[in-house]
Design a protein around this ligand. Sequence first.
Ligand SMILES: [Zn+2]
Length: 379
Amino acid sequence: MMVRWLCLIGALLLMQNALAYSAGPALVATANRQLWPEPVNTPQDFDKASRAALLPYVLAIQEQQKLSDKDMLAAFKIKSVNRASVDKWVAKELGLALKNYQLAAKDCTDADWTCLGNVATVNDLLAKAASARDKTPPPLAAWRANLAGFAHTYIAEQLRLAALFPKVSSEIDRFNDNEHNGDKFADRQFFLSFDDGPSSAGGSTDEVLAMLAQHQKSAVFFVLGEKFQNRLQKTNAAALAGLYGPQCVASHGWEHQSHAKWAQWQDSIKRTQTLLSQVISKDNLLPLFRPPYGQRKADSSAFFQSQFLQVELWNLDSQDWNAKVGADDVVNRMMALMLIKRHGLLLFHDVHAKAKTALPLLFNELGNAVVWSDCHLLV
Ligand SMILES: [Zn+2]
């Protein structure tokens, strides 16, 4: 009987851990990019689609900003709301949307319905976006409704993270300037990143690397020390370094655990760095640490600096790990987010096969509209 109770308590503790660690929202935002009737493969076409996407996006932020704490507790199924963190995210996001709209509007013409004249402040943008809502060309009604739905769900994902921060840390905010998230990149500049690998030999990591080589694209792989060691034990250091070729490698910790809660988190980071430095050349091993689930301690800055590591978060989450999200959903979601955010660090997982299918579509559809940057420029 005692054993049975202990098992039950153990199972409950595990469940509680799983709930505390899961950063995933109940509903994941995906759009339908086919509803936008024009190409997005030149900077000019990208700018027009970007202006169009930003209009429903800012209105959706304005709408959800009105949610009370009680509404958020119920909608996000969380136990407390940090209102200051929510307000900070809303202000930051509206400021970014304004800047992005201005960048996207630099070649505007009067005949274009996405061009709203001089937009100098967030309030200007909100007012003009509201009046542009009624001027959306009728053939774009389905596009607009779809994008508004995407924006609503995506903003709910972000508000949930903001409401939980810093009790549950994540990519939603930074604790200090030694932490980065892709917000600072130049307009239309993007970086690719892959977490949780490597897979076993011949698996999805190998396939993702081959896909990147074929498309001449660069990425950073945030590997788990434990998995990297497993793969190393079946081959040798030169062959494993060769597998990654010219791509960048950095640390995702030894095990996939929250580095905000795990007692051995410092050991996890040191051990992984030691292993990686024995295999990956100095040039390709970036001094970055990406915390699993984005979870790290608020006061961990001194430790990371003592290890000469920077915390590298992300700002464009593909949700490709999520079983409810297919490869085409990933393309749809990333296209919408890239048009709205206009720069950043994309998060994929090389232990899943979706990026292998999704990314070539994104590369192709975006043509020369964006810059896919070399991973070495991250530091
Ligand atoms: Zn991870």
